[in-house]
Design a protein around this ligand. Structure first.
Ligand SMILES: Cc1cc2nc3c(=O)[nH]c(=O)nc-3n(C[C@H](O)[C@H](O)[C@H](O)COP(=O)(O)OP(=O)(O)OC[C@H]3O[C@@H](n4cnc5c(N)ncnc54)[C@H](O)[C@@H]3O)c2cc1C
Length: 431
């Protein structure tokens, strides 16, 4: 790896070594850009939102834009898989099931998703009763499925190999010879210079473990996860108080039977518009040797919500784990798992936008402004759902920084950084 010298000049500087930063580095270096990626905890750290073993890939969405974006992303995942020769996706059936008329959650609801699939002519299988769900996947106890439960099954879904994907992007970028890395360095300041005679330039002030340095970049991509304010504040923006950090809990259950038929699944068990009662899980996967005969399951709601990274109290929530194991003991066949016997409990952070939609685009110079920093783009407030889009978003962020627009713009409108309620000017309402 190339070393980084103080006052070095780069074509592209990427803040954040999570999956979106790594994907951006892949597409930037592929274009021949001298690229620096910086992470305060190190690339591949165990603190950010990209940690763990698996994520869900799905075409099933509650709106057409996200379904289109997922289709494109699937093609790019396949391309990366072929280019690197690594298994990044384990394709499988995904079942969405739950109350026929469950209110919308941040993940949608069964009826809304069905409508979107119908409008788009996307193939799926509809299971119109709890009996139909149980017949299709006997792993789900019939007694645990309410009488108004219905289901959607889609075959072009997958579990994403999290560590495999991070390594694939990183090593492919490294192989170009254009990648530079600053591990365990935090960006603490950004100066923007607009010079009408030459061109714009960003100076980043960076704190390492024992010394501070500054580097320069013509283009800037920010994908800082829950630490977004550390990058945005120097640029005159701050997330509003309606932005939140959700600390999510998950665990792995050893299987009593060897590799039973379990699909990727998501249950809309909520009865109101909160996410309480939503659960999901994965089949046994071979992404990690010690997890081969285990299944991961999680609640898609939390009792631990924070206003800022400094407020986070890491730790597993006993009440949530109790609810999760009770629910699974009811839902899954007792011959398959012992619901009380879970291992490897973990937490991971969602950065939740005020409206539950993530944010990707150019960086506005003020909240809701149509004026943007030149040569800069960001992906933040990913609201627990950006992993599936990683290759597409990496490509989009590079396009936006270099060209100021993306060929996927119309579908990306729903994630616009200039929609209302996302940002305020620093300390506007905090003093
Ligand atoms: C439990 C859980 C389950 C999920 N399930 C799914 C799923 O099934 N499907 C799906 O599509 N998505 C899912 N997601 C969401 C997905 O994992 C995230 O959207 C994605 O990983 C976010 O990646 P990122 O690169 O934007 O952010 P992160 O991974 O958080 O990376 C941001 C990085 O920026 C660095 N950074 C921040 N500020 C600075 C600074 N000032 N200087 C230097 N470095 C800085 C941080 O150290 C961090 O490493 C899930 C998330 C969680 C937590």
């Amino acid at each position: 790896m190339q070393s980084v010298n103080p006052r070095d000049d780069f074509d592209m500087v990427i803040i954040g070594g999570g999956i979106i930063g790594l994907a951006s580095a892949y597409y930037a270096t592929f274009r021949g850009l001298r690229t620096l990626i910086i992470d305060q905890y190190g690339i591949h750290n165990d603190v950010n939102s990209s940690k763990g073993i698996e994520r869900m890939f799905r075409l099933m969405q509650d709106n057409e834009s996200e379904a289109h974006l997922a289709e494109t992303s699937l093609a790019l995942w396949m391309e990366l898989q072929l280019a690197t020769g690594k298994q990044l996706l384990a394709m499988d059936d995904l079942i969405f099931f739950g109350h026929r008329d469950a209110p919308m959650t941040t993940e949608g609801n069964v009826q809304q998703i069905k409508k979107t699939m119908d409008r788009m002519g996307m193939p799926y299988e509809y299971l119109d009763s709890p009996d139909a769900i149980h017949r299709r996947f006997p792993v789900f106890n019939r007694a645990a499925l309410a009488d108004d439960y219905v289901g959607l099954v889609q075959a072009a879904s997958a579990s994403i190999n999290v560590q495999g994907a991070a390594k694939a992007f990183f090593y492919a970028a490294k192989q170009t010879g254009h990648l530079h890395v600053l591990d365990k360095h935090a960006v603490i300041g950004i100066d923007f210079h607009r010079n009408p005679l030459t061109s714009h330039r960003y100076t980043l002030h960076i704190q390492g473990e024992d010394k501070a340095i500054s580097v320069h970049g013509k283009y800037l991509i920010a994908c800082p996860g829950v630490w977004a304010d550390s990058v945005l504040t120097p640029l005159g923006l701050q997330q509003t108080r309606n932005w939140k950090i959700w600390q999510m809990n998950y665990a792995y259950w050893p299987l009593k039977k060897h590799r039973p038929r379990i699909p990727v699944w998501f249950e809309f068990g909520n009865i109101d518009a909160s996410d309480n009662g939503t659960f999901y899980g994965f089949p046994p996967l071979n992404f990690s040797p010690e997890m081969q005969n285990m299944v991961k399951m999680s609640a898609d709601y939390t009792y631990d919500i924070f206003d800022a990274p400094s407020a986070i109290r890491p730790g597993v929530n006993d009440r949530l784990m109790e609810e999760l194991s009770q629910h699974l003991g009811h839902l899954l066949d007792a011959e398959i798992i012992d619901a009380t016997n879970f291992e490897r409990v973990g937490t991971c952070l969602y950065s939740m936008s005020p409206d539950g939609k993530l944010v990707i685009g150019r960086i506005p110079t003020e909240p809701c402004s149509q004026s943007f920093y030149p040569g800069a783009s960001m992906c933040i407030m990913e609201s627990g759902r950006a992993f599936k889009y990683a290759p597409l978003f990496g490509r989009v962020l590079v396009e936006l920084a270099l060209e100021g627009k993306s060929r996927y713009q119309s579908d990306l409108e729903i994630f616009s950084p200039i929609r209302k309620g996302l940002f305020e000017t620093p300390n506007q309402s905090r003093s």
